[in-house]
Design a protein around this ligand. Structure first.
Ligand SMILES: Nc1nc2c(c(=O)[nH]1)N[C@H]1C(S)=C(S)[C@@H](COP(=O)(O)OP(=O)(O)OC[C@H]3O[C@@H](n4cnc5c(=O)[nH]c(N)nc54)[C@H](O)[C@@H]3O)O[C@H]1N2
Ligand SMILES: Nc1nc2c(c(=O)[nH]1)N[C@H]1C(S)=C(S)[C@@H](COP(=O)(O)OP(=O)(O)OC[C@H]3O[C@@H](n4cnc5c(=O)[nH]c(N)nc54)[C@H](O)[C@@H]3O)O[C@H]1N2
Ligand code: SF4
Ligand SMILES: [Mo]
Length: 885
């Protein structure tokens, strides 16, 4: 009998509840959605469903390492504490830093922040949330006086209009998207508008797509504010009673554009579409504006956020069912990190360095000897300070900055130069872990235990499913041990996560009242939670206090805001263009973002074969006009260069892209491709308020990458091609796939192939075909009648399809016909080739769907589901199935 344990998905900020059936002995998980969890009511997406494939021991960091040698925990912890205290003694507290992450649980995060700010006495702790949520945090604070997300997911079902701004929810918040899709099916009147420079999967259910010029959102929403005023669609009473600054915001909007035509020109949109959007927004009362990285990751990200919030304040559409601005959080615990003050400019429990009373309050609560008195360095500035030698010891926890920070080659150089680098991670080989002096094995999802908070302020439990891998320890434990060695034992007595949670809850309620000033984040009703209650904690939305013992779905339903006047603030916005405009040398704009089935730097999703079928290789999306202009053929390789760095990627020509703009996925690290690390190119400009980098807008140029040869290898065993100029690796169910290209031809392909694939190189275990004149070479190695590996080399990039060859790895015995066809790469007559996998849940390929559509006259997504099952589980592939129809 399998025991099902309730836990929370460790990927996106939707925060879906999971029931995990645990087979301890076989180390297997059976994953299903938790029907009682209010975030997902049983739904899951492709990534959540495949979690069971990511919990193996392969690739895990199992033991501490000090300078490349396996060590014991005491030895490694002593080393970290000694280096940190030496550095502090010689150069001061600001010479050390922590760079943390929204992958951490709230309890981990709380302890890290307490150690750095309260006891080491420097605020040099920042997190990857700086790259993610900090513009939303700043925008919320400016408008509401606190970092508050007003609404909840239930509003999705109550809305009359949903605007997705800079959010590809179909791929990045799939369960929210499923809820919107279901709401639209139930109520076809529901209007959906997508504002995104690209046509994305989210446009699948959109009534209107505005392919806005990158960076111009504030212009569009300033125009909307004026329109609402001119059409008398504003709520005068609400503005007068509950807000301040409307006139100034309106004046600034009027100064930025005078007409819809002007807005349309600035945003490069058809004026008619802008008018339609404005008319719909004015005409529907229950409007939700969901926004994500297309808004936040900008050098004017905070202004973009406030330009959206301004329109909601002007119409009084906030804090009520079915309406409001709604910032979608990225990581599983992006929100929890904000609660504990993970950013360098925050204190704990939504308190702030800008208020001396807050600093004093936290100092007294912690009994801290040396609390930091001012904000520390933000992520980009922190790594600059490491580069400049000002920060001399850094501890990186749960993030991979050599891939994900802008100007990532400089980040790598900074870490190379840094005298002392500690990395806590679950995975042994990451681009960042490679540069660590001390590596600390952290427990990952399925092992660790604690809480996370999702986009709608809902706190849920992640629970332990398995015993830890090797010597892995929870992050809170590791930090606590170092804190004790630094002499702060009294303040770090923790033996279990619940003790930390209680303290965190108590701090949230400490002097949180009208006399001292009310703070939004208050979970003081949980301050006395028992271990048993904590174990059984049900998902609950903060605040959880005397007034809201069962949590609270919507904030601001009482129209009380958290600044001194208790009124929401309009912010006067003067739109600014992105920091770096395209120019003669770098004429195109590089946009970056996410894919449906990958998570960030692929340390976990890269392990699950079924998540690597959808997009097996790093690519760049190019509009047909740009492809023609720059001589790029579909499926060829391109070199992308910016003022900061370069990368290689496979060309995908698509009119989903606007001319002048390129898109690359953010996911590939040097563990998965030789030169696919997009962070190397990305512009390090930051927003002056939120200090969030402009990850979606880098001037670049693109050119065809002329390789002397192209090829691929499919192999049962993992191989290495590190000496080849271009390689990209992905995992299949029973094989690894390598895409290859090189500048130099080896003296002999047969020798090269034998050296790479191994074996005797003799018939019958070896088949080969060589046309040395034309530069074609193919080989296959067979062991005991099973395909071991197959290699194809050509002077051109047009190579045979990989899918049928890949299917041969599932066979225990190769038929004669298979053997014959092997070197052609084409299935023998009568054997279907399924094409690229579209539905990963049921392994249904594009060609199968196409032929079923033709042969059986299928007309709807439902027909295809009935016939092939494709799209009937998580639904993540529905946009693509629709596109095939
Ligand atoms: N599958 C998957 N899901 C994820 C993640 C993942 O790695 N994989 N990561 C999670 C995390 S941490 C985050 S932060 C979220 C991010 O979720 P999203 O923000 O939805 O994802 P992105 O793809 O980064 O960016 C969204 C869109 O912004 C558009 N965009 C670019 N510039 C502009 C602009 O100037 N204006 C507008 N309006 N749009 C623009 C891009 O074209 C892109 O389609 O996803 C979370 N969910
Ligand atoms: N150009 C560009 N750059 C971007 C973005 C973009 O859209 N474009 N998006 C940005 C955004 S929004 C984000 S959130 C970042 C994400 O970027 P990163 O944070 O660098 O990406 P991850 O791959 O999630 O890194 C998490 C690391 O923590 C490890 N890990 C997982 N769980 C745990 C744990 O419990 N404890 C510890 N100690 N380690 C753990 C994983 O193995 C992995 O190595 O990238 C940012 N960078
Ligand atoms: S939408 Fe998918 S990735 Fe996000 S929490 Fe739910 S199952 Fe996990
Ligand atoms: Mo993020």
């Amino acid at each position: 009998m399998t025991e099902y344990v309730k836990t929370t998905c460790p990927y996106c900020g939707v925060g879906c509840g999971i029931e995990a059936g645990v087979d301890e002995i076989k180390h297997l998980l059976n994953i299903r959605g938790d029907k009682t969890h209010p975030a997902n009511f049983g739904r899951l997406c492709s990534k959540g469903s495949a979690l069971g494939d990511t919990v193996g021991l392969k690739g895990r960091l199992l033991h501490p390492e000090v300078y490349g040698q396996r060590s014991s925990w005491p030895e490694a912890l002593d080393r970290v504490a000694e280096s940190f205290s030496d550095t502090i003694a010689r150069y001061g507290a600001d010479a050390v830093a922590i760079y943390a992450s929204g992958q951490l649980l709230t309890e981990d995060y709380y302890v890290a922040n307490k150690l750095m700010k309260g006891f080491i006495g420097s605020a040099n702790i920042d997190t990857n949330s700086r790259l993610c949520m900090s513009s939303s945090v700043s925008g919320h604070k400016r408008a509401f006086g606190a970092d508050t997300v007003p609404g909840c997911y239930e509003d999705l079902e109550l809305a009359e209009m949903i605007v997705l701004v800079g959010s590809n929810a179909a791929w990045c918040h799939p369960v929210i998207f499923q809820r919107i899709r279901a709401a639209k099916t139930a109520n076809p009147q529901l209007k959906i508008v997508v504002i995104d420079p690209r046509r994305t999967g989210s446009c699948d259910i959109a009534d209107l797509h505005l392919p806005i010029a990158g960076g111009s959102d504030a212009m569009l929403f300033n125009g909307l504010l004026q329109y609402l005023q001119q059409r008398h669609a504003i709520d005068r009473r609400y503005i007068e009673t509950h807000t301040e600054g409307f006139a100034a915001a309106l004046n600034a909007a009027a100064a930025s554009s005078q007409s819809i035509e002007q807005v349309a020109e600035a945003c490069r949109l058809p004026a008619g579409d802008v008018r339609t959007f404005y008319r719909w927004f004015a005409g529907h009362h229950k409007v939700m504006s969901l926004y994500s990285q297309g808004v936040n990751q900008s050098s004017s990200g905070t202004d973009k956020v406030n330009s959206i919030i301004n329109c909601h304040l002007a119409t009084g559409r906030i804090g009520k069912p079915g309406m409001g601005p709604f910032s979608l959080t990225g990581q599983p615990n992006a929100m929890g990190g904000r609660e504990v003050g993970g950013l360098a400019n925050q204190l704990a429990a939504h308190m702030d360095f800008s208020n001396p009373a807050d600093i004093d309050r936290v100092e007294r609560f912690w009994g801290s000897p040396t609390i930091a008195g001012k904000p520390g360095l933000s992520a980009v500035e922190l790594f600059d300070a490491i580069y400049d030698g000002k920060v001399k010891a850094v501890w990186i926890m749960g993030t991979n900055p050599v891939v994900s920070l802008p100007n990532a080659d400089k980040v790598r150089q900074a870490l190379r130069q840094c005298p002392f680098v500690v990395v806590s991670d679950c995975i042994a080989d990451t681009d960042t872990a490679k540069l660590a002096h001390v590596l600390l094995p952290a427990q990952g999802w399925s092992e660790k235990d604690g809480t996370v908070t999702n986009s709608e302020r809902r706190i849920s439990r992640q629970r332990t499913l398995f015993a830890p891998a090797g010597d892995a320890k929870p992050d809170w434990w590791i930090i606590t041990q170092v804190a004790r060695r630094l002499g702060f034992g009294q303040a770090f007595p923790y033996q279990s996560p619940v003790e930390i949670f209680r303290e965190h809850a108590a701090l949230s309620g400490f002097e949180n009242d009208s006399r001292h000033g009310l703070r939004d984040f208050d979970i003081s009703a949980l301050a006395d939670i028992s271990a048993h209650e904590y174990d059984n904690l049900q998902p609950i939305q903060w605040p959880v206090n005397q007034a809201n013992p069962y949590g609270r779905a919507r904030m601001f339903d009482d129209s009380r805001f958290f600044n001194a006047a208790g009124k929401a603030q309009f912010v006067a916005i003067t739109p600014r263009p992105p920091s770096n405009a395209p120019n003669k040398d770098y004429p195109l704009v590089l946009n970056t973002g996410r894919l449906r089935d990958q998570w960030h730097t692929m340390t976990r999703t890269g392990l699950a074969a079924r998540l690597n079928q959808h997009k097996p290789e790093v690519f760049v999306d190019v509009h047909p006009l740009d492809a023609a202009r720059h001589g790029l053929l579909p499926d060829s390789l391109a070199l992308l260069e910016s003022a900061w760095g370069s990368m290689l990627a496979r060309v995908q020509v698509t009119s989903d892209q606007q001319p002048g703009s390129l898109f690359v996925p953010m996911h590939w690290s040097e563990q998965f491709a030789s030169r696919g690390r997009m962070g190397a190119l990305v512009n390090p400009a930051i927003d002056p308020v939120s200090r969030q980098p402009e990850s979606k807008h880098t001037p670049v140029r693109i050119s065809s990458y002329q390789a002397a040869w192209h090829g691929f290898v499919l192999s049962r065993r993992e191989l290495a091609f590190n000496d080849v100029e271009y390689w990209a690796k992905s995992k299949g169910e029973s094989f690894y796939r390598y895409e290859l290209a090189g500048n130099t031809l080896p003296p002999s392909w047969p020798d090269w192939a034998r050296a790479r694939l191994g074996g005797s190189g003799q018939i019958p275990d070896w088949q080969e075909y060589h046309d040395s004149g034309l530069g074609h070479y193919r080989a296959a190695r067979i062991i005991d009648n099973r395909l071991e590996s197959v290699l194809v080399i050509s002077p051109h990039h047009n190579l045979p399809e990989r899918n049928w060859l890949a299917s041969l790895f599932d066979k225990d015995f190769l038929e004669q016909s298979d053997r014959k066809a092997l070197l052609t790469g084409m299935p023998p007559q009568g054997v279907p080739d399924c094409g690229n996998i579209v539905c990963v849940c049921f392994n249904v390929g594009e060609k199968t769907i196409r032929s079923a559509i033709q042969e059986q006259g299928l007309k709807t997504v439902r027909d295809i589901g009935n016939c092939l099952k494709a799209g009937t589980n998580c639904g993540s592939c529905l946009p693509e199935i629709k596109a095939l129809l």
